[in-house]
Design a protein around this ligand. Structure first.
Ligand code: C2E
Ligand code: MG
Ligand code: MG
Ligand code: MG
Length: 281
């Protein structure tokens, strides 16, 4: 066989990069077309109160189903939307759709209705028009600000000083701000001194194996103590078993979210849950 040379390797390497870039370019074009064609939808995953299991809120989670193809996960297309800049238009659609659903729930159930959490990406948080867009959406839909919580990530806040100012402006509007995947960033605790959030969403990695080790219990317990000491809500993410739900309640968690309670489901199915007895936590 021919000797494998450095030059071959370099060529293959750049070939691989081209393929990735090409895949991203195609995905970005597909996303833009998908937005025009209405191929996106929001699902909602309940955030429940412990130990009752009653639905306190829901998190909007986007799905993309291109024409007759399988559903594509946001983990795959959100980074591409970020990179291509389409996240600005896609984010506007998400905000609009989630606020419309939240307004329908507010009309139907009043303050007993579910609060709606909306994820925003780093690029959206760095966009100085975001608070104005949120204010406008609240106004047009007749939504009380406390019906909405914006979920942000630590990395987004650290991306620049402007993000922190945006968070302050969102808080001034009266909407909640949640730190998503809390504990997985590099300076989680530092951030709590400067970033005026209302909720910590404790990352699934701290919730997994809760009954496994004393260390895991100590960390999960400390995170809920930090939240309550600072007057913040703590939501445990990725709860998959009854044992975890029981332990979390014992460790002081009042809110939880995960497949144990419900997967993300269409808005109409949330209504079915609200009209039915509470989830069996
Ligand atoms: P996230 O905001 O941390 O959302 C939680 C993710 O964990 C969701 O995945 C949810 O389906 C999944 N999950 C919930 N409970 C469990 C569980 O018990 N076990 C396991 N294994 N997973 C669970 P999803 O919907 O695929 O979303 C992935 C990520 O994509 C989100 O993480 C968020 O960062 C991003 N994303 C989703 N929707 C949006 C959106 O509308 N806008 C933006 N900017 N990002 C979004
Ligand atoms: Mg989230
Ligand atoms: Mg999360
Ligand atoms: Mg996450």
């Amino acid at each position: 066989a021919a000797k494998y040379t450095g030059a071959d390797r370099a060529r293959e390497h750049s070939g691989a990069l081209d393929a990735t870039a090409q895949h991203h370019a195609e995905l970005a074009a597909g996303l833009r077309r998908g937005l025009e064609r209405g191929e996106f939808k929001l699902l909602y995953q309940p955030i429940v109160e412990l130990p009752s299991g009653s639905v306190a809120g829901v998190e909007a989670l986007i799905r993309w189903q291109p024409n007759d193809q399988p559903v594509i996960s946001p983990a795959e297309f959100i980074p591409v939307a970020e990179h291509s800049g389409l996240i600005i238009d896609l984010g506007a659609w998400i905000l609009e759709t989630a606020c419309a659903d939240a307004a329908a729930w507010q009309l139907r159930y009043g303050i007993a209705g579910p609060r709606v959490n909306i994820n925003v990406s780093a690029r959206q948080l760095l966009d100085p028009v975001l608070p104005g867009m949120v204010a406008d959406a609240l106004h047009r839909h007749g939504l009380t600000p406390d019906r909405i919580t914006i979920e942000i990530t630590e990395t987004a806040v650290f991306a620049g000083g402007a993000a922190l100012e945006t968070v302050r402006e969102l808080r001034e509007l009266g909407v909640g701000v949640a730190l998503d995947d809390f504990g997985t960033g590099h300076s989680s605790l530092t951030l709590l001194r400067t970033c005026p959030v209302t909720t910590l969403k404790v990352d699934k990695s701290f919730i997994d194996d809760l009954n496994g080790t004393a260390e895991q219990e100590a960390i999960a317990s400390s995170l809920s103590t930090i939240a309550s000491t600072l007057g913040l809500r703590a939501v445990a993410e990725g709860v998959e078993t009854q044992d975890q739900a029981d332990r979390l309640h014992a460790l002081g968690y009042r809110y939880a979210q995960g497949f144990h309670f419900s997967r993300p489901i269409p808005a109409a199915d949330i209504d079915a849950l609200l009209n039915a007895p509470v989830l069996t936590a």
